[in-house]
Write a protein that binds this ligand. Structure first.
Ligand code: BG6
Length: 477
């Protein structure tokens, strides 16, 4: 029976806009994350036209990792981290996105950050872009609906690949590129692709076109990266939430299969360089005449990913409707229903540890590529007790149950797994709601939803627990 590899990458994962803060320091430009207000579980974040003085924008300060990274990395090292994933804020490097020259001060920040990680033997795992892009590219070019974005992105990618060619080995191009498939979420269209859908515009058509340009940009970046350093491992990054049928009724089973196909066609393209046939049929049924050139098709085939990085939080259940179309594709209808066999988190995310093993097997069977769990965790409210501590047994339970399934997948199913990174090892701003109170960390940060607090870092109970897990390479959980 195989065990976790000796060099298994245990650690944690974050994103520039959710922790760095310092939104206007050292030449940084305004990113799309900077025009998103604070929301709540019930009230969506607003996307404003520029920055409005009366609104709260939690990403402006984040947890001020920009000025605290040394202290924070020291804590990660104390837990024994082998890897830390974060993203590069595109706007620190190219403040407007279409600038001719990169911003040296931004480049220096990441030089220092990566050096600090290496000081402790922590491998940086870097996402080129995680839910952000220069806001200027949205205003001037309409975001990824514009083919010009490909050259802006590849210039950014080339700059950072070159600069950090000896400091970073593991890269990912776009975070959760597949999130935007759901037409129900206008937030994803904005955060993934900088799309603000205009009146009378066909959102789905625009989403597919934007996605295509991103896929081409990703493939070009992979080719550029491999030329700069053939040892680079450049992966895709996908959101994975298994979709189960509500009953064995074949219609429900097929609906679940179709939704899994629909949510993961990006993985098909990024791993094989080809669009799946069912999707091409869908484009022609809908009369979508996408701008996909023969040159694009060559680029996609020549720039495939080295591994599959994915996030896993929850699973979903689906029920086919009475009047499903023949292709079972209903992008604007919500067929997702509550799983009555499982409990939900405080934010109504279904907790399903076995689903993680299912996900690992599903990816493995379809793509035969190394897998990397780059996000997993429980968003929960924490409170400081009278002893000044945070007793987060609920978080330990969640992670323990998921790690148990990871081990089973490696030991019994032979999954080739690079590592396991928890989401938000230090509390940070929630991407979905903009709240601070939705906490994932082993390290508490004193900051509330109104942006008030000392920013003091406090170790939670889970801190010492994860330290033991890593020290025993997953034996002592
Ligand atoms: C993933 C994203 O979707 O989930 C992260 O890659 C995000 O950026 C994480 O923070 C958790 O979601 P949320 O909404 O709880 O922050």
């Amino acid at each position: 029976m195989s065990e976790l590899k000796k060099d298994f990458l245990w650690g944690g994962s974050a994103a520039a806009h959710q922790l760095e803060g310092a939104w206007q320091i050292d030449g940084k430009g305004i990113s799309i994350a900077d025009v998103m207000t604070a929301g709540t579980k019930k009230k969506s974040r607003e996307i404003t036209d520029g920055i409005l003085p009366e609104k709260i924008y939690p990403n402006h300060e984040g947890i001020d990792f920009y000025h605290h990274y040394k202290e924070d990395i020291k804590l990660f090292a104390e837990m024994g981290f082998k890897a830390f994933r974060t993203s590069i804020a595109w706007t620190r490097i190219y403040p407007n996105g279409d600038d001719r020259e990169p911003n040296e001060k931004g480049l220096i920040f990441y030089d220092n950050l990566f050096d600090e990680l290496h000081k402790y033997g922590i491998e940086p795992v870097i996402t080129l872009t995680q839910f952000e892009m220069p806001y200027h590219l949205v205003v001037k070019y309409g975001g990824w609906r514009n083919r010009k974005m490909i050259s802006f992105f590849t210039r950014f990618a080339e700059t950072v690949f070159n600069r950090y060619r000896n400091k970073v080995k593991y890269w990912m191009t776009f975070n959760e590129i597949n999130n935007q498939t759901s037409m129900l979420n206008k937030w994803s269209l904005f955060t993934n692709s900088g799309l603000k859908i205009k009146a009378k515009e066909d959102a789905e058509l625009t989403m597919f076109q934007a996605s295509h340009y991103e896929l081409v940009a990703s493939s070009l970046a992979i080719q550029i990266g491999h030329k700069i350093n053939p040892n680079f491992q450049i992966g895709g990054m996908f959101s994975m939430g298994p979709i189960y049928p509500v009953t064995p009724d074949p219609k429900n089973v097929f609906k679940a299969q179709r939704l899994m196909q629909l949510n993961h066609w990006y993985v098909d393209v990024q791993s094989s360089g080809r669009y799946p046939k069912w999707l091409k049929q869908y484009f022609s049924t809908k009369g979508y005449n996408l701008d996909i050139t023969l040159i694009d098709e060559d680029i996609l085939r020549e720039g495939t990913i080295d591994y599959i990085g994915f996030s896993y939080y929850a699973s979903h259940v689906v029920e086919a409707s009475k009047n499903e179309p023949q292709n079972f594709i209903t992008p604007t209808a919500n067929n997702i229903i509550k799983n009555l066999t499982l409990k939900d988190s405080e934010w109504n995310w279904t907790i399903d540890p076995v689903g993680l093993r299912f996900a690992l097997n599903w990816f493995n069977d379809r793509y035969k590529l190394p897998l990397f769990i780059v996000e997993n965790g429980l968003g929960a409210k924490d409170s400081i007790t009278e002893d000044g501590k945070i007793h987060d047994s609920y978080r330990i339970n969640y992670l323990r149950q998921h790690i148990q399934q990871v081990k089973l997948a490696v030991e019994y199913d032979g999954i080739d797994l690079i590592g396991y990174l928890t989401w938000g090892p230090i509390d940070l701003v929630s991407a979905g709601t903009g709240e601070m109170s939705k906490r994932y960390g082993f390290i508490f940060v004193d900051r509330n939803d109104q942006g008030k607090g000392s920013l003091k870092r406090i170790k939670k109970d889970s801190f010492n627990w994860y330290k033991k897990v890593i020290a025993s390479n997953g034996e002592n959980i």
